[in-house]
Design a protein around this ligand. Sequence first.
Ligand SMILES: NC(=O)c1ccc[n+]([C@@H]2O[C@H](COP(=O)([O-])OP(=O)(O)OC[C@H]3O[C@@H](n4cnc5c(N)ncnc54)[C@H](OP(=O)(O)O)[C@@H]3O)[C@@H](O)[C@H]2O)c1
Length: 105
Amino acid sequence: MKKVLVTGATGRTGSLVVKKLREKSAQFQVVGLARNEAKVKEIFGSTDGFFFGTIKEKNVVEKAISGCDILVILTSAVPQIKGKPEPGTRPEFYFPEGESPEEID
Ligand SMILES: NC(=O)c1ccc[n+]([C@@H]2O[C@H](COP(=O)([O-])OP(=O)(O)OC[C@H]3O[C@@H](n4cnc5c(N)ncnc54)[C@H](OP(=O)(O)O)[C@@H]3O)[C@@H](O)[C@H]2O)c1
């Protein structure tokens, strides 16, 4: 039995990975890290097996990863659109302070 931590567990990829690993419950015990409790309830029906916080909260990450054999990192910075693009122009994106891909992914 391997204990696996999945970060970004409420994301498109992370939620699929958690569900797939849960189907193999004889081989894997899954722990999820997420920042939105309501989203976890909506996707998984309960918050069992989840730790809550952002990827930058060291104490939460340390608790979540405790005793894990495998880490699957699926957190990903979410780009925001800059203002309203002019018709015929491409939208511009930015990452909020402290939420760049280098820090989150
Ligand atoms: N190799 C491949 O074929 C492949 C395929 C698909 C994806 N990927 C990679 O997998 C990663 C995830 O992609 P995705 O499409 O699943 O992204 P996504 O749906 O945008 O999910 C991103 C996840 O990161 C979480 N997150 C963002 N900022 C966070 C923070 N500060 N603290 C904690 N969690 C945070 C989001 O939480 P919320 O839900 O609360 O917003 C969400 O759960 C990306 O790196 C992508 O490139 C690779």
